[in-house]
Design a protein around this ligand. Sequence first.
Ligand SMILES: Nc1nc2c(ncn2[C@@H]2O[C@H](COP(=O)(O)OP(=O)(O)OP(=O)(O)O)[C@@H](O)[C@H]2O)c(=O)[nH]1
Ligand SMILES: [Mg+2]
Length: 467
Amino acid sequence: MTSDTRAARFPPVKPDGKSLDIVVVGLGQAGGNLAAEFYRRGYPALALNTAETDLNALEEGGLFPAMPAERRLYVGLDGYDGAGADPGYGRDCVHAHADRIRSAVMKMGGDADCVIITAGLGGGTGSSLAELVNVLADEDLPIVALMTLPTEGESALAKVNAVRAINEIVDAPLLGWVFVDNGRIASLNQDISVVDYYAHINGQIVHPLDALNRLNARSDVRPIRSFDGEDFRKLLLSGGVLNYATTQIPKISTDEVVGAVKDCLDASEIMPGGFDMARLSYVGLVIEAPESALAEAPISTFEEIAETLKDETAGAAVYYGIYRTAKGSTPTVRLIASTPSLPHRIRQVLGDAKREGMILGEKVQEELPTLELGEISSVELFRTRTRPSERPRKNRAGGGGLGRRPADLVDDIAREIGGSRRPSMLQEADDAADALGARGWAAAAPGDPGRAPAPRWSPRAWWRRRR
Ligand SMILES: Nc1nc2c(ncn2[C@@H]2O[C@H](COP(=O)(O)OP(=O)(O)OP(=O)(O)O)[C@@H](O)[C@H]2O)c(=O)[nH]1
Ligand SMILES: [Mg+2]
């Protein structure tokens, strides 16, 4: 492809100032709130929920960014309000509304560069996110899932729901997975009022992606080396677990830049900690700095940064961007990295879910002890009988939740993403992965030997079809 045709096909930024057309579909309350935050920033978005109450929170004048009524889809059954933390019911709802969901998503995002599906894992609606992927499976959409993990203080039910949902979603045919650590965010935002809390942290979660997507349309930055829309696309749709962040550094040096990358991977402010740097496959690193900070950093510093990152990531494909900014006095590092393995923190969530889930599972099986009431058992306390309740009884099909039987726990979450799939999307990306040799995708993604093999899915074929 000549540079002219490439430029015509992939303009550096679209008319609305974004490099990629991203659309967002939120499921459940957290999912809808996150979708509303994207919508506030100018992205087409939909909120799906089994609860009218949650959807109404997105009305004008509420605490969350508003979403117009036509972007809020009630997908409950029998007029019920919410899934009551029962993912089995959440799944039934999504399945029952499959046609409506599919047509709303395709109308909004049939041609999108990326469809981000958002949900809070732990509740009943958001934890059925894999069912939403099933509903959209035939549409060949480039889907990335963005999910929140429960905090330490949340119930065993939330934790068990979350690890079951993670196990399903890591096996789904997606092009990217983003886990957000609500516990970590809570520990760093303790002073925020409960009124503003979620709207505030949702801004923190969405901002780094939005900033990368708008980088090339900003009038206050000038590229020295561009991180363009295609670089961003390769990272976002690289088929791995993503870690992204925006952070400030005091000056541009190898220690500061590589140190910032390590901090984001190991103890991010929004993502689960414990990403293994040596297992990264792709890294996007943008340094945005004022003239004075750039003037102090000779070209040899940038070469040293590149060499150190290459070593520490054991040869990941790294996309760089260097921008001079007219604003601010300290350099900013923007990171987006991708790996085929799950961060260590997710193992801890699994451990908590196992321990607490088994206790809860046993508790819900206990029979209620009867009290010795004696003669008061037969004393009539009313002169008239109350009529039986006319509230209809819900007959929820399927499993989910902990209420019916001892927790059927996830034994182990697949440590690798995607089973036998080769998740890199483009030819060049595949070649880069091949070049990673023994550490590359094919070798690095054996999946869980105990699970059925993932369906054959070819990212290259997918990409060709879309073109
Ligand atoms: N980051 C973030 N997390 C949220 C937000 N709202 C809820 N959560 C978290 O998301 C998880 C799931 O909760 P909900 O989204 O309320 O659950 P749901 O999907 O609506 O499920 P049901 O209410 O059972 O139908 C919990 O861990 C919440 O703490 C939000 O706006 N932002
Ligand atoms: Mg809800």
